[in-house]
Design a protein around this ligand. Structure first.
Ligand code: ZN
Length: 286
């Protein structure tokens, strides 16, 4: 009889704990992402459900596969033009966020950076910037740096020179209207580039920014997976890649949920967070 009571009360306690964990959203760390865990207050704006919002070149999933080795080659071929990390002598690192803005993830990321008193670098899609001007203006007001990530997010390796110029300069104009300067930082959609494209982009007076720590958050990973992808690979001078929006296929809930822990952990490890132009000691405007 006594054993039965103990068994039943243990089950009850486990049940109550499970309910508490579920309510707190804690299972973000234990099981794959659940889109319904998205906070109700940050439902997508109607503009994000529009076809206009989609990435012109498709989702990251459809385009990635660009080998890291090519990024390394470009770094040695163009040392003052193509960057994937800063000086490894000081414990300084930079957070970067691609594909925004939106009205769902980007504001949450800005809230976390604000609370942690950290400035980040956002590579924005020109067309999306025009859809969410207030989010872009907030970014600038709060001291973050904005870079160019093309107008429509095509895979520029599939474009000719004229089309590439149009994508980059079109975005430059769209951003100028909102941020008040011509950004001189460019990141290529899907990271896809070759030496010829690098020279074309140099002619537009840009520095090209890659990364050496990839969160792989576009794979809709859990917070725990995003955290380990970053924390296990970060070192002095790292440029870390996350996304502040994506295609409809990409769920960044885990990436956003991981951000605070990542920052707190790295601060404790003695890292200082700076913007990409600070890290590389290059100008951010033309
Ligand atoms: Zn992108």
């Amino acid at each position: 009889m006594k054993k039965k009571i103990i068994a039943i009360s243990s089950l009850l306690i486990i049940g109550v704990l499970a309910v508490i964990l579920y309510q707190s959203g804690y299972e973000l760390r234990l099981v794959p992402n659940k889109p319904d865990l998205r906070p109700k207050t940050v439902q997508p704006s109607p503009k994000e459900l529009d076809n206009d919002f989609e990435l012109a070149g498709g989702s990251e999933r459809d385009n990635r596969g660009f080998p890291q080795r090519e990024i390394l080659d470009l770094t040695s071929m163009f040392p003052k033009l193509f960057y994937r990390e800063g000086s490894t002598k000081e414990k300084r690192i930079a957070l970067s966020f691609d594909d925004g803005p939106d009205s769902m993830y980007t504001p949450q990321i800005l809230d976390i950076l604000n609370e942690q008193k950290i400035k980040g670098t956002f590579f924005l899609i020109g067309k999306r910037a025009a859809l969410f001007p207030d989010v872009v203006k907030r970014m600038v007001q709060e001291g973050h740096i904005v870079g160019n990530h093309t107008l429509n997010h095509p895979n520029i390796m599939k474009l000719n020179k004229e089309q590439t110029d149009k994508e980059i300069l079109g975005s430059e104009e769209a951003l100028l209207a909102l941020i008040g300067y011509r950004t001189s930082l460019f990141r290529s959609p899907y990271g896809s580039l070759d030496p010829e494209k690098v020279r074309d982009i140099e002619a537009l007076n840009y520095k090209i920014i890659a990364w050496n720590v990839d969160s792989l958050d576009w794979k809709s990973l859990t917070a725990e997976q995003v955290k380990s992808n970053i924390l296990e690979n970060v070192k002095a001078g790292s440029i870390i890649l996350q996304h502040s929006s994506g295609s409809a296929k990409e769920n960044l809930t885990g990436s956003v949920a991981a951000l605070k822990d990542i920052i707190v952990t790295l601060k404790k490890d003695g890292y200082k967070f700076v913007t990409i132009p600070e890290l590389l000691d290059i100008p951010y405007q033309k």
